[in-house]
Design a protein around this ligand. Structure first.
Ligand code: ADP
Ligand code: TRP
Length: 332
């Protein structure tokens, strides 16, 4: 039976790129058999966060986002990274069998350093903690974006180093990459990749006037509606493609190519995008409001998740401690 595990950065307000590129896949996976673990990576967030109140807020908002969008805590275990401190112990054991060279090759560390993020020891050794996260729950399937692939491969290496030194303790994890296609790289209002750092995103739960205003910012030109156009070149179509079924999409494309009386203007396209976002996320917006009004419920879900996840991590930690000589051998 497969065990799926993924860590979610507590970035708080998630955008449509996060939804189509990551969150939706996490939530849909719960329908498959096996075990599913998702944790909000708050230990990880400390590599860049210095604002305790903002971090607490972002962790809560991230949990609420997943629950509102349909993560079912009965099927998938949702918890907070720091509620399972055993991962830090495991990270130390892994660090002691891992060569510096492996971490020095990490693209993510090099990229962050190049962006001017302070090169703390935590940022540098973070892949070791991530390996511990993966190995602590005996997960064999790890859904990640392509930017995280190298980290999963490092976890495979670290599991191998430890097992080679001390015997088979860790299960080898395999990455699960997103399918290619329009959902793998959702573009933002300016046509660049949608990203928090590009400030070109559409928040999943935005609605009403602020949503209409934001969609209004999708970059278009000044050609008249009647002028025939190639839909492939028009940014509003990148958004329509996320939401419309193929028949409706084809109709919009055909009328745009054709031009003339029946052709939609950019205003029409944008109005349809607003409607689609409103409609798609309406139930999730309601659920989010309910969760915001009942903070105790979110705390209970995270606490139950942590209890279940921790029981597994404690077992793996005990095996690892015994294997390397920090505890007596476990009875067979
Ligand atoms: P951001 O760039 O906004 O900070 P993150 O790097 O925190 O987003 O990404 C969180 C998850 O969302 C990752 O799995 C990432 O692959 C996915 N993701 C982020 N932006 C997009 C996008 N524009 N299109 C598709 N997936 C995305
Ligand atoms: N590093 C991942 C990211 O930046 C988050 C993460 C932490 C993770 N631990 C993990 C993902 C373990 C998969 C498995 O998105």
């Amino acid at each position: 039976m497969s065990t799926y595990l993924s860590g979610i950065q507590p970035s708080g307000m998630q955008h449509l790129g996060n939804y189509f590129g990551a969150i939706r896949g996490h939530i849909e996976a719960q329908r498959e058999g096996g075990e599913h673990f998702y944790f909000i990576a708050d230990y990880h967030a400390l590599t860049t966060s210095r604002d305790p109140e903002a971090l607490r807020e972002r962790v809560r908002e991230t949990a609420i986002t997943y629950l509102a969008l349909g993560l079912d805590p009965e099927r998938a275990t949702l918890f907070r990274h720091s509620d399972v401190p055993e991962v830090c112990e495991l990270a130390w054991l892994l660090a002691c069998v891992t060569g510096m060279g492996l971490l020095e090759r990490a693209h993510s560390y090099k990229d962050k350093k190049a962006k001017g993020i302070q090169a703390t020891v935590g940022l540098f050794t973070y892949p070791v903690l991530m390996a511990a996260d993966i190995l602590a729950y005996e997960s064999d399937r790890v859904p990640v974006g392509t930017d995280q692939l190298q980290h999963v491969e490092m976890a495979q290496d670290m599991a191998g180093y430890f097992n080679h030194a001390y015997g088979e303790v860790f299960r080898r994890p395999e990455p699960v990459l997103p399918e290619e296609g329009r959902f793998a790289r959702v573009v933002g209002l300016d046509g660049e990749k949608m990203s928090k750092s590009n400030e070109n995103g559409i928040w999943i739960f935005e609605s009403g006037k602020p949503l209409a205003k934001r969609i209004g910012r999708i970059v278009t030109d000044s050609r008249a509606p009647a002028e025939p156009k190639d839909p492939e070149e028009l940014l509003p179509f990148c958004f329509l493609e996320l939401f419309l079924d193929s028949d409706e999409l084809e109709d919009w494309r055909a009328r745009t190519r054709e031009g003339g009386e029946g052709a939609p203007g950019y205003g029409h396209m944008k109005a349809r995008i607003v409607e689609a976002v409103e409609e798609t996320f309406a139930p999730a917006r309601v659920r989010r409001e309910e969760l915001l009004a009942d903070p105790g419920e979110v705390d209970r879900i995270l606490a139950r998740g942590a209890e279940k996840a921790r029981a597994i991590a404690v077992g793996v930690r005990d095996r690892a401690l015994a294997a390397c000589g920090l505890r007596n051998p476990l009875p067979r």
